[in-house]
Design a binder for this molecule. Sequence first.
Ligand code: BGC
Length: 451
Amino acid sequence: MTAILAPGLSRRRFIASGLAAAGYYTASAGRDLSAAALPRAAGGFPKGFLWGAATAAHQVEGNNVNSDEWVLEHLKPTIFSEASGDACDGYHRYKEDIDIVANLGLNAFRFSIEWARIEPEQGVYSRAELEHYRRVLEACHARGLTPMVTFWHFTSPRWFAGLGGWENPAAGDHFVRYCERAAKHLGDLIGGAATFNEPNIPVLLRWVFARMPQSPFAHSAGMMAAAAKAIGSDRFAYFITGNPEAQRDAMLPAHQRALEAIKAGPGKYPVGVTIAMADEQAVGTDSKRDEKRESLYGPWLDAAAKSDFVGVQTYTRARVGRDGDLPPDPGAELTQMGYEFYPEALEQTIRYAAGRAKVPVYVTENGVATEDDTRRVEYITRAIAGVQKCLADGIDVRGYFHWSLLDNFEWMFGYRPKFGLVSVNRETFERTVKPSARFLGDIAKRNGAPA
Ligand code: BGC
């Protein structure tokens, strides 16, 4: 990108002007809620629509040794089926990954920066790690990709876990300081940012687990006690298994404060929050659907309403009866995650999120875990048809990021589920592009849905 900078135009201004042209923000209000304001390409997608693939630091980088999750993965007992280890060695191979994204024809890349690397001890910031992420951002620009950065994607430094994690009322202070520091160092290169990834997931999991005979977290108390001992603290709190309400109460104000810290500059880019969303379908007249929606999405969609965008992250639907979530119908096609193959969910969650938050929408995650790549092609086809219908109805959708670029570390489930557009050899880390990746790339190049 440096090579094509016009004389006299600084890198920062160049990026900012590119983002404005892409419809990221308007000069006056900082955000533009009308899809009509974005010129449409022939294929039905607005000019400047972001087509991307998404990753998260802990799931791809490898050796995230100062994180809370690394501690948990190496304990007995543990809820993790295997440890993340080297992951996809994405920490060293980011250029190769960014090249793949660009060569496919996509124009954006979503990744997260890792708090546990940037602030490995409380108040000790690593300039070298911040510089690493600058290089990742620069690599995106060099290949013409808009970088969408997540400041927190589930993992935290182990010292933060030892202070009580997100159950500690002071958690927000720690997080905001980290965001401020990272944004100051990186902001001039960022194209869009999310404070949190799916802060509502503990609530979602509670609804999902309620229909199971036993919660997969039933024995996590032993793991937490062992983790506290391992780091020499009297406590250890991990977001995914933590208390949903206490964490929400700390994270909601932290989001707003972090957003303000990030927007203080440098750089000028939209900042939002991403939300885990299923298409909630009511079954019966006494369904708990609306109660579920309110507890799961209400506070976070209200937070998104005060942000520049809402990030919709959708994988499936949930049918909700009078006692809560119902299992998929017998005979329904299931993904490797055990939930229903249901790409139509995306259209409905976009409609719901946009209707309540009334801010632009980015689909920041959508995908399917399958060994059969033809099912991924089918999933993408149907999901994107849903995005098109939303656009046709005037909903301001500004991007689609597929989860995930790579087959990666799927948290408790380890490396078994295959969400990637690209497979990764677990011994050599060699990347192999799957047909679904080329399929999505062709859509991106045409800026239009498949014929
Ligand atoms: C998370 C990802 C995860 C994906 C697939 C989302 O909840 O943001 O980290 O890998 O879903 O399960």
